[in-house]
Ligand binder design. Structure first.
Ligand SMILES: Cc1cc2nc3c(=O)[nH]c(=O)nc-3n(C[C@H](O)[C@H](O)[C@H](O)COP(=O)(O)OP(=O)(O)OC[C@H]3O[C@@H](n4cnc5c(N)ncnc54)[C@H](O)[C@@H]3O)c2cc1C
Length: 315
């Protein structure tokens, strides 16, 4: 059955039932770190777990398309935008309970890292390198500096596709290299929603942890093009290999299409340095992939997620 999505009526109903304001034809570029992407038919921000839960349940019950957006740091949204409702997660409650750090899914990983440090808890320092939310980090099993979410996550509170809610232990989240069960939903099923995370950390001196944070900060500034819009690593590392090394060895640093260019500083980053479009980014990513395959015989898989209305085929 085709569900007709009426943004005006839906926005009014969301405001009346959930008390959340919505906007129509909201340009999404400013909600992503790549700074590309056209409008959402309807856009709402969830400021707490109650609103987040309610918005997702509302969309699921009516069967219309909806998309969860954290900080948009692992996505490239199409120039044509996103059909249906985009729900931006800004549920940002957090607390420390003994050696546990508990955060709603909209808490930024960098904030989680500094709050844990202030509480004298070590383990989340790598979060400083991840410009996304706790929810996005679990989705990706984000990691850096020889650690990842899997190493410190005890459990996640999840709104399942069937509408039930449960605290799921990490061993059941299928976390692997930049992978989790959240990336593999059953055909036709609603995407699972991450509401909250509990991290199990270890005590350490705040000064020792701060030194580690400073080290990570310095490393990032030296090795990543931080001043320019990007979505981090474009490709996954093939087993035993570095995608960045393959791109570099193929002589592709500096390759440009429109406003998108392969970073000179980090070959696995595409930066958007001249107000490029999503199509520029995707065309360049596909071109890099083809050149690497021709040169090294390795077909790279995308780390970034292409979301929204890309039409029948890539540009
Ligand atoms: C400069 C830069 C450096 C980066 N460095 C690293 C790095 O070192 N290591 C690394 O692993 N990554 C890195 N990234 C990638 C990115 O920051 C991470 O993947 C991050 O975890 C994405 O979080 P997000 O909130 O931005 O997710 P988004 O990009 O907003 O969303 C990504 C996906 O997660 C889903 N999602 C988001 N929140 C939820 C939720 N609550 N419930 C269910 N699904 C959800 C979305 O629907 C979407 O499918 C980098 C990115 C940039 C821009």
């Amino acid at each position: 059955m085709t569900v007709v999505f009426d943004p005006i009526a839906t926005g009014t109903e969301i405001q009346r039932r959930i008390g959340v304001k919505t906007s129509r034809d909201e340009p999404l570029a400013r909600f992503t770190t790549m700074r590309v992407g056209g409008p959402a038919d309807l856009f709402a921000t969830a400021h707490n777990a109650f609103e987040l839960r309610a918005l997702v349940r509302f969309a699921r019950a009516r069967g219309f398309p909806h998309l969860i957006l954290g900080r948009g740091s692992d996505v490239v949204i199409a120039d044509a935008g996103v059909r249906g409702l985009v729900i931006q997660v800004r549920a940002e409650g957090s607390r420390v309970d003994g050696e546990r750090y508990i955060a709603e899914s909209g808490v930024q990983m960098a904030r989680a890292a500094t709050e844990a440090q202030r509480a004298g808890l070590t383990g989340l320092e790598f979060g400083l390198a991840i410009p996304g939310t706790v929810g996005g980090a679990i989705w990706a099993n984000a990691g850096a500096h020889e650690s990842d979410v899997a190493a410190v996550l005890e459990s996640a509170r999840v709104l399942a596709a069937d509408g039930s809610e449960a605290v799921i232990p990490t061993r059941d989240l299928e976390l692997g290299y930049r992978d989790s069960r959240f990336k593999h939903r059953a055909p036709g099923a609603a995407a699972e929603l991450i509401l909250e995370a509990t991290f199990r950390l270890s005590p350490a001196g705040p000064d020792t942890i701060k030194e580690r944070l400073d080290g990570i900060r310095r490393w990032r500034q030296a090795h990543q093009p931080l001043g320019l819009p990007s979505a981090g690593s474009v490709f996954r590392n093939p087993p035993g290999e570095s995608a960045g090394r393959l791109v570099d060895a193929a002589g592709l640093k500096g390759l440009r299409i429109g406003g998108a260019v392969v970073s000179e500083k980090h070959a696995n980053f595409i930066v958007n340095d001249r107000k490029g479009s999503a199509a520029d980014v995707r065309r360049l990513a596909e071109r890099v992939r083809a050149e690497v395959e021709a040169r090294h015989g390795v077909r790279l898989d995308f780390e970034v997620e292409f979301l929204g209305d890309w039409g029948a085929s890539p540009p």
